[in-house]
Write a protein that binds this ligand. Structure first.
Ligand code: ASP
Length: 354
């Protein structure tokens, strides 16, 4: 029997009449996307820490490179930077002082994704996430398995804890409680030692990049050291496809930074892409994601006096047309884009005024 490729099938059906074909084969139009978007001019969007990443990514896109190559090369700069304490090398460690990284990638044109979570000693988890996508039959590999997978592909182990990050962790640990045995610097006159002196000693921080290339293809990446001083093995939203990032080549691409648990519970990034599919703008879709988090929260410990979700979550989105938008729960947030001319800082839409 002749093996009919879809292209041949279409040729055949036009020549011999559609009626015969539809009786034996599923009607592919039933799955067609309404209002299919025509690709716009290249664009790249990122969280506020992505200026250099955007320069790199847009440079590559303008050379004709695929969006995935571009966004990964962009975030690699931030993963390598010891001074960004939220991503890769120099990221803040878990509660035991060990750096554990999460990352995921999604490739629009092949509709594939890959991710690693809680990986130790490898400073570019986004590259390993890509290999999970391209060189394994899996989508997510965690912990020791992820490290072994990376080493099998030639990645070198290195200590990711910089002195700056270790000192920040030590400060947190020594000031956590006056009941444990860790003491911050003090004099013999001090009575109260080791109590929390700042309300928020813990930090969120991550980089997300979404890009649309010259061929009209979308891709995205999110990479992070996650919530600082987390319980070892804690996985946030960043390596979870649908939560910390999502991309659909027909529609758009989205990602998030901030309190990952909220995105894990609300599948925020896939929701944003689906709202864009329904015709909402990137900004409206990001605001809807903020609203969904706030509306669905029932835990009082996570709410302020007015019953509002009290943690920061930020969203970034682009659509296939090259339109962009971002939103945060509280006013004062911003994001970056590169539209082919320069990096621009854009004020995020918000749900609540601070
Ligand atoms: N979303 C990240 C996480 O929860 C952290 C962040 O973006 O600040 O791991």
């Amino acid at each position: 029997m002749k093996n009919i490729k879809r292209r041949d099938f279409l040729k055949t059906t036009t020549m011999t009449g559609v009626a015969a074909a539809t009786s034996s084969i599923i009607n592919l139009n039933a799955f067609a996307i309404p209002n299919k978007l025509v690709a716009g001019k290249p664009i790249v969007i990122s969280s506020g820490n992505g200026a250099k990443a955007l320069e790199k990514a847009m440079g590559m896109i303008q050379e004709g490179k695929d969006a995935l190559d571009a966004v990964i090369a962009g975030v690699n700069i931030v993963e390598d930077d010891p001074n960004d304490m939220s991503v890769g090398y120099g990221g803040l460690p878990n509660e035991e002082g060990v750096v554990e990284l999460d990352a995921a990638v999604m490739h629009g044109s092949s509709y594939r994704g890959g991710a690693v979570a809680s990986i130790r000693n490898i400073k570019n988890p986004s590259k390993v996430a890509r290999l999970v996508m391209e060189r394994s039959d899996h989508v997510l590999i965690v912990g020791d398995g992820a490290l072994k997978f990376a080493k099998a592909h030639g990645f070198m182990e290195e200590n990711l804890l910089t002195d700056q990050a270790r000192e920040a962790w030590l400060k947190w640990k020594e000031n956590l409680s006056s009941e444990d045995d860790w003491l911050p610097p003090h004099t013999i006159e001090d009575k109260e030692i080791g109590q929390i002196y700042e309300k928020y000693l813990r930090h969120y921080g991550t980089i997300h990049l979404s890009g649309l290339d010259m061929n009209g293809n979308l891709s995205c990446v999110t990479t992070t050291s996650g919530l600082s001083y987390k319980i070892p093995g804690r996985v946030g939203d960043s390596p979870i496809i649908g939560a910390g990032l999502y991309c659909d080549n027909e529609v758009g691409s989205a990602g998030s930074t901030g309190r990952g648990e909220a995105n894990l519970l609300n599948c925020s990034s896939v929701m944003i892409v689906e709202w864009m599919r329904q015709g909402k703008s990137p900004e409206e879709s990001c605001i809807l994601a903020c609203k969904r988090i706030n509306d669905r929260c029932r835990e009082k410990r996570l709410q302020d006096d007015q019953g509002r979700f009290k943690y920061g979550v930020s969203f970034y989105a682009i659509n296939k047309r090259g339109e962009y938008g971002g939103a945060t729960l509280y006013s004062g947030g911003s994001f970056l884009i590169h539209d082919g001319t320069s990096v621009k800082k854009i004020e995020s839409a918000y749900l609540f005024k601070k």
